[in-house]
Design a protein around this ligand. Sequence first.
Ligand code: ATP
Length: 244
Amino acid sequence: MIEARNLHKRFGAVTAVEDVSFTARDGVITGLLGPNGAGKTTTLRMLYTLVRPDGGTALVDGVDVVQQPEQARRALGVLPDARGLYPRLTAREHARYYGELHGLSGAALDSRVDELIELLDMKDIADRRTEGFSQGQRVKVALARALVHGPRNVLLDEPTNGLDVMSTRAVRTLLRRLKAEGRCVVFSSHVMQEVAALCDRIVVVAHGRVVADGTPDELRARTGKDSLEEAFVATIGSEQGLMQ
Ligand SMILES: Nc1ncnc2c1ncn2[C@@H]1O[C@H](COP(=O)(O)OP(=O)(O)OP(=O)(O)O)[C@@H](O)[C@H]1O
């Protein structure tokens, strides 16, 4: 479970995150939805301990990310916005390397990496160096790396950005599987359709603040709109979140 509590972050004169609080439960897919520049990436970066909040904090399975960042990181799998692959390592080596960093080894690591390669439909690229990989291939490698240690909590920054239909479906299937396994899944998106297709709970962020938080049905009821699309426009106050 992840709890964000009054997170706040400024970069010089820019307030990236004004005040963000929400709870993401286990066995639930929580979507952070907001237009470009809303503060989603900065919020996720604070949750996964890359950026230190100027105010507020967050708990990962009850562990404070500011007080005990290393312990929090152990319970997290992260797909960052910059996928950051090593060009000389193969896809398989990426997953193995991160598995080793998390203390896995031997047959357990081998079979876990094989399982992820199968799950992410990566057999054809598993033993190629990642230099020159397409965007979809890069996302798959970064996902395998994020999930190799079987984290209880998974944070993903715009996981389907730039993916084609088949790759998007593969990612959606994977996220639903993580949910079925009882993990806490949080992902960000600026695309309403993406969030609507996957999320049990939607946290709408605009200008660094949470402007709505609820199930798709609750958001519809609260805004008095029949379609989720209209509910989002009413909540965000613009049509930015509707663009593919
Ligand atoms: N390192 C930084 N230095 C300066 N400004 C930053 C930095 N990181 C984020 N910002 C600013 O903070 C605001 C929020 O950015 P953030 O990347 O969190 O938004 P986002 O919701 O993820 O947007 P997008 O959908 O475009 O990725 C933006 O105005 C951005 O320019």
